[in-house]
Design a protein around this ligand. Structure first.
Ligand code: ZN
Ligand code: ZN
Ligand code: FE
Length: 762
């Protein structure tokens, strides 16, 4: 009995080896027919024995290539034609192709096997790749995605490579970056002035220098890394000094999962992330006996680790027995990652001892992605290499909108139908280099998506460079979106929630509709509108931005608010450390209201508590005090009573008053309680008041869906326990997974809010 079926597949099915896969699968099942790319995906017709067609249909969705993603698949029976062969049919010319570019992909096991096989023609070739792996997004200049429009265009294929490229049965069929020793890119070792060093094997030599404690700039997929031996305190300290990055943890690349398991606690979801083709940095609990240099991640219970993802990485680890290598973005702190060889010599020459470069251009910067598992799910902390440009799939189609994100950890987002494309991590726009990168990213994303959005969504902060850029796009309609509304809309979007929710938006800074700085917000929010239902009490931020770098200022502001000058008489380490003189000056500043903008920021409350209990009075990177306050909790499963907070409901929005919290906190400090207990009581207090607010808002608004967003939710203790407590009270809780809870996810929310305002729903 013969059967013929027509199968329509859409999703990420082009440029990922989908047709060769279908071809092989059809041949294995002795089917006839064809597969071809179409405007919205792939069309297959398959004919053969009933059981064989059945087997084919069963295996197709489960065995798809690692990069493919099926969003829709329809199958219908059609009359048999009795053809005898299965073919890959060239894409029909004329029809507009929607070729979705794949992200960059870690070297696959097949390529690794070849690379370490002395008999293979690509033995030790540092740019080996195939249809299942290799560079993609970062080498594309324009679409459609084929070799001349990538930075591989400069390397004409040799006859052997061309034959593989042309053979439908070959695993390098239409692999655009296909290359070998004869025809492809090569590596070189350069000194810090950019002179080529005459060495036999540049990778071997780089590994030897790393072993000797040197710092090597290594050109990777989306930019340069600065590498150092992670087992050597001396090497890591040298890197810190040169990079002027004193305390912020470094991520380390380890050769294999066993090594990672020796340094970190590793569960199955984490293993899966580490091994996945996206190869993100995974933040894991660090083991006591981690056997790495202490300076890799000082004062931190976590460690960011990842596995090698390019042939060069694998060759480095094969060349020397590193326990792990620090692999940090090749930049001075907070500047964009360097990508061009001459740029690297300029910018990294003073940071590195030598540079391992190659002559395949990186056309688009793309940092490593960072993921953490919390509440059982991988969560994006920084969504970049390996994930971009895979879209976030939306529930409803949206008009074409360009959302320009916030200021820090900027990303942009373009919506196209039911897909929202977020850019890679662009960085902090206060930095001019980053702002240039922002412009490039906007232009590039528009080009590869072939959309020209007429609406641009932006933050309300008038001074953000992204806002100013948006308002300067005269031909576009601009729509301003409140920061915390965008946060909540972002969680709603990725979870396909479309009715109003109770939204907790907790973070460091966001411009409010009343010109104060918000950040401890409870909203009743839909996409088009929101209402500020409750917030942390407003406190002056003496010195403005200086208060962000110096948490002691927030401590003084909170203590003065609650106790007047009385707190100066308490035995506080803070008073001793900072000195009465400076505190008096600050108090006068607050009294006069000079340069002391008001804020309801949750991040600043964490800062204040961290400073009061003596964890940190100054920080050297964003959110450091809050992170170390969380890290102070040494026994998270111990039960400690929450500090009380008070909800004032005599006005709207409701105010969360912190006075009772600080009263008990000071008593505990006086009594000499451990930092761990103080921190945990504070966290528990915050959780309890948020649950209480949710319960009261449920009564008032008949809503039982809660959305959590904002950078504060990168705090795992707070995040996991708040979710648990809300679920205990029968709330349905929605959280971020695909996009960051921090400002990296803001652009998605901005786009969705703008979409609903641009096209009002009936
Ligand atoms: Zn491969
Ligand atoms: Zn070749
Ligand atoms: Fe934010």
């Amino acid at each position: 009995m013969q059967r013929r079926v027509a199968i329509q597949i859409s999703g990420i099915v082009q440029g990922v080896g989908f047709r060769p896969f279908v071809y092989r699968l059809a041949r294995e099942n002795h089917l006839a027919g064809y597969v071809t790319n179409t405007a919205d995906g792939v069309t297959i017709e398959a004919e053969g024995d009933l059981a064989a067609v059945h087997a084919f249909l069963a295996r197709l969705p489960v065995e798809i290539p690692s990069l493919a993603r099926i969003t829709r698949c329809t199958v219908r029976d059609i009359p048999c034609t009795n053809d005898t062969e299965f073919q890959i049919v060239a894409s029909r010319p004329g029809g507009r192709m929607r070729v979705l570019i794949s992200p960059d992909v870690a070297t696959c096991p097949d390529c690794l096997r070849e690379m370490f096989d002395p008999r293979d023609r690509r033995y030790r070739y540092p740019f080996i790749n195939c249809t299942n792996c290799g560079p993609r997004f970062t080498i594309v200049r324009d679409i459609p995605y084929d070799r001349p429009r990538t930075s591989m265009g400069a390397f004409p294929m040799c006859p052997d490579c061309q034959a593989e490229y042309d053979d439908p049965a070959d695993r390098r069929f239409h692999a655009q970056p296909n290359a070998c020793w004869k025809c492809g890119p090569q590596v070189e070792l350069w000194d810090r002035e950019g002179r080529r060093m005459d060495v036999q094997d540049p990778i071997q030599e780089a590994a030897a220098r790393l072993s000797a404690g040197e710092i090597v700039a290594i050109k990777g997929l989306g930019g340069f890394h600065l590498a150092a031996d992670a087992a050597s305190d001396q090497a890591v300290e040298r890197l810190r000094a040169r990079k002027r990055r004193w305390e912020k943890p470094f991520a380390v690349m380890a050769p294999d999962l066993e090594t990672i398991a020796a340094c970190c606690e590793l569960d199955e979801p984490a293993r899966e992330q580490l091994r996945s083709v996206t190869r993100p940095i995974v933040v894991l609990p660090k083991r006591e006996a981690h056997r790495l240099a202490e300076s890799v991640a000082p004062s931190n219970r976590s460690l960011g680790v990842f596995l090698p993802y390019t042939p060069v990485h694998h060759l480095l680890f094969a060349a020397a027995a590193f326990r792990a290598l620090v692999m940090t973005s090749g930049n001075l702190s907070e500047e964009p990652i360097a990508i061009a060889n001459d740029e690297a010599v300029d910018r990294l020459g003073s940071l590195a001892d030598c540079l391992l470069v190659h002559n395949r251009d990186i056309l688009l910067r793309c940092d490593d992605s960072v993921v953490r598992i919390s509440d059982g799910k991988p969560r994006q902390l920084r969504r970049s290499r390996g994930f971009v440009p895979v879209p976030v799939f939306l529930k409803e189609p949206a008009p074409a909108i360009l959302a320009v994100g916030g200021e820090l950890k900027n990303t942009i987002c373009i919506t196209k139908g039911t897909e929202a494309y977020l850019s890679q991590h662009i960085g902090d726009l206060e930095n001019l280099e980053a702002f240039r990168f922002f412009g490039e990213a906007c232009a590039h994303l528009r080009r590869i998506l072939e959309v020209d959005p007429q609406i641009v969504a932006h933050d309300l902060h008038p001074e953000y460079l992204s806002t100013r850029w948006a308002l300067a796009q005269r031909s576009c309609r601009s729509i301003g979106v409140q920061h915390h509304h965008a946060h909540i809309a972002s969680v709603m979007a990725e979870n396909h929630v479309d009715s109003p929710v109770i939204g907790f938006a907790l973070d460091g800074t966001g411009y409010g509709t009343d010109q104060t700085i918000w950040g401890g917000e409870v909203l009743i929010a839909g996409y088009a509108h929101f209402e500020r239902a409750a917030h942390l009490a407003c406190i002056p931020m003496p010195g403005g931005e200086a208060a962000v770098r110096e948490p002691w200022r927030m401590a003084v502001a909170y203590l003065a608010r609650h106790f007047g000058r009385e707190f100066l008489e308490r035995r506080l380490q803070l008073v001793e450390e900072i000195g009465r003189g400076r505190i008096e000056t600050l108090l006068r500043m607050i009294e006069r209201g000079a340069n002391s903008p008001l804020t309801s920021s949750c991040g600043r409350l964490f800062d204040a508590v961290a400073a009061v209990i003596g964890i940190r009075s100054h920080v050297s990177y964003e959110a450091q005090a809050a992170i170390e306050l969380e890290m102070a909790i040494s026994d998270p499963d111990r039960e400690v009573p929450p500090y009380p907070l008070r909800l004032l409901r005599d006005r709207e929005p409701w105010i969360i008053d912190t006075r009772p919290l600080f009263e008990l906190l000071l008593d505990d400090v006086d009594a000499g309680a451990a930092q761990s207990v103080l921190s945990q009581r504070f966290h528990n207090g915050l959780i309890e008041i948020l649950v209480q607010v949710a319960v009261l808002l449920r009564e008032k608004h008949r809503l039982d869906r809660v959305c959590l967003s904002g950078g504060t939710f990168q705090n795992v203790y707070l995040f996991e326990r708040l979710i648990r407590r809300l679920r205990d009270r029968s709330f349905e809780v929605f959280t971020h997974a695909e996009v960051p809870a921090g400002d990296g996810g803001l652009s998605l929310g901005q786009a969705l809010v703008a979409a609903h305002r641009a096209v009002p729903s009936p």
